[in-house]
Design a protein around this ligand. Sequence first.
Ligand SMILES: C[S@@+](CC[C@H](N)C(=O)[O-])C[C@H]1O[C@@H](n2cnc3c(N)ncnc32)[C@H](O)[C@@H]1O
Length: 442
Amino acid sequence: MFKLRKFYLYISQLIAADAVHQVFSGRNLTLALPAALSLFPAATPQQKGAAADLSYGTLRFYGEIDTYLKQLLEKPLTDERLHAVLLVAIYQLLHDKADAFTVVNQAVHAVSQLKRPMAKSWAKGLVNAILRNFLRQKDALNAQSQTNEVAIYSYPQWWINKLKTQYSEHWQNILAVGNQHPPMTLRVNTHKISAQDYLQLLARQEIEANHIGAQAVELKKPIGVDKIPGFTDGVASVQDYGAQLAAQLLDVQANMRVLDACCAPGGKTGHILELAEVQMTALDSDETRLQRVQSNLDRLNLKASLLVGDAASTDWYDGKPFDKILADVPCTASGIVRRHVDIKWLRRESDVASFVAQQAKILPNLWQMLAKGGQLLYVTCSVFDEENQRQIDQFLRNHTDASQLPLDAALNNPQANITHINGQLIPSNAHDGFFYALLQKN
Ligand SMILES: C[S@@+](CC[C@H](N)C(=O)[O-])C[C@H]1O[C@@H](n2cnc3c(N)ncnc32)[C@H](O)[C@@H]1O
């Protein structure tokens, strides 16, 4: 094992550097990592696994790593792939268990493999010098970085400032939780098996888990989807506990007309249908993503009427009001950064206003499709107030037939293990940072 790490670590470094480079060219990591892996078809499963860890880790701590690297460089590097190899190697030197000299030697070897018209000996010498300087000067560099919030928290400064303003008490905790590895939580299909019986099934397969709320079971250690008992038969699905609150809060009853307005990939659609036999319309503007909803429903053996359409338009609407609407609107996803570590670096501050504008079109449009006495659950996976309560306040000012219902009864239950402020989930070990507002039509 040691030999493998020692002699072939550079392959993982190269894959990770390619993925990181793609992210900084604007591609999200979910697409970038498979593309980077495809460049190395001979990589072993261990090398691929290590490459994924290095990609996620480097982006998770990019603010810190980049601050160190800037201090070590006399002038910015023009070669972006070389730069990416250095970022990955510094990540390893700061946060990985691999032996420091192996990391340096392998990174030097990695740059010699880059295909480009650059002087390889120059590149090797540079990487060697920078990484060895890093090791020598680590304490002094660390002391200097402690005055820089981007280095301390590994988020863009605008993001840190926004959370400081919006969460005087919780901002540091929100930033810290966003840098942790996410928990793996399952949703048990209690239509098929009780949560308690499912826990026993897990125990028999030596998978340690805790029942953290209604249908939610958190695994002590993440496992591959193929190892989840009953996954292919629709007995369990992977879904964050915070996301699982949507179906509970919507509280559907059999035969209701329900609209899931931004449904793909269908996590919440499946959950709602597991809880009651409703007439479900599942809408999404992205046809490709909608195919994933169909395959999820097929796995769960559930049915919905799937529509490609814009939730901000009535083009697809048959004119029959819905009893319940779930509006899981497009958002910055700032509440799920620990799962999508690239978001921190791909989002621009100006994106917040663009999402707010999209949400402000979708919400009133869906409202006219809601029956009198019906309820609409507005959801984001964001912790930014502009997309959340501020968006709802603006909507309520313009809609006198709407009232916001308190969520305390559902969320304050001590057994529910939820940290929230008026429907804003504060990301925790148990759940991501979702926002929920339940609106009733008077
Ligand atoms: C947060 S995701 C939804 C997650 C989903 N509810 C689940 O639990 O699996 C937001 C979805 O909104 C879709 N979307 C974005 N703009 C839309 C629009 N104008 N109309 C309908 N869907 C939209 C995106 O394609 C994306 O699938």
